[in-house]
Design a binder for this molecule. Structure first.
Ligand SMILES: C[S@@+](CC[C@H](N)C(=O)[O-])C[C@H]1O[C@@H](n2cnc3c(N)ncnc32)[C@H](O)[C@@H]1O
Length: 239
């Protein structure tokens, strides 16, 4: 991400954090609790495991991760979001306030890497590069779980989902001004790719067992595993 864009995103998310992110998120995201539990569902409960969370925000996933792991590294570019996260989960955390496209870790560092509703803020090129890095950071057999906004590549299906989504947030109390604000946020800060694209990029990195494990409107969870082979070593040289 270039510096101007990074500052823009940082300011936007700092402001959202100060405007009660945790109240807002239940209005904006259908079945947010379900989203959290489905994101967590496939994370192995291994004693002594190490987990990385990218774009942790106010720490709603992180808090649940603390119940299964006591070595968690979180990355987010908004210091205000990270303050909220720290309040919920402090003792187990290594906190990195940075753009996730700029961070680097040793090969084979983590048992699990997880990200929820954050990677859609990266360009498609950045997403693909990040997936390759995630592959290297995972230990062999490690799991990557991504829950994010993804389209279907079918205009009809996407329009239905979008109308349904607007009905949902209206029922949650959003008025025309809120919908306009949200539409503006999405236009400025979201770079949404399709489920198929995510699937293809993950297979290009040689992730195996790629599965959609939950779908609600545009919100989708994909779980996959790092299997090391000769082919994956070739893919990694592209980084
Ligand atoms: C919609 S919130 C999601 C937070 C949390 N994961 C959740 O599920 O509630 C998106 C988060 O991603 C962070 N974010 C966006 N772009 C980022 C980037 N390039 N690097 C690091 N964090 C980023 C924002 O600061 C924000 O906290």
């Amino acid at each position: 991400m270039n510096n101007i864009k990074q500052t823009l995103y940082k300011d936007e998310f700092n402001e959202i954090a100060q405007n009660f992110y945790d109240d807002m998120i239940y209005t904006w995201i259908p079945s947010y609790n379900e989203l959290l539990s489905n994101t967590l569902r496939y994370i192995p409960r291994i004693k002594g495991s190490k987990i990385l969370e990218l774009g942790c925000g106010s720490g709603n996933i992180t808090k649940l991760l603390c119940d299964i792991c006591n070595d968690i590294t979180v990355v987010d570019l908004s210091e205000e979001m990270l303050k909220l996260c720290k309040l919920k989960c402090s003792p187990y955390l290594t906190i990195i306030c940075e753009d996730m496209t700029n961070v680097n870790f040793e090969k084979n560092s983590f048992d699990t890497i997880v990200s929820s509703i954050a990677i859609h803020h990266l360009s498609n090129d950045q997403k693909q590069k990040l997936f390759l890095k995630i592959y290297t950071w995972l230990k062999p057999g490690g799991i990557f779980v991504i829950t994010d906004v993804m389209t279907t590549e079918n205009k009809y299906m996407d329009t239905i989902a979008s109308n349904h989504y607007n009905d949902y947030i209206t029922k949650q109390g959003a008025n025309k001004r809120h919908i306009k604000q949200l539409t503006e946020h999405r236009r400025k800060y979201d770079i949404v790719a399709s489920r198929k694209e995510h699937f293809r990029w993950l297979s290009d990195c040689n992730f195996a067992s790629i599965n959609y494990t939950w779908i609600n409107h545009f919100f989708t969870t994909i779980v996959c595993r790092k299997i090391v082979s000769k082919y994956s070593e070739v893919a990694l040289k592209k980084i």
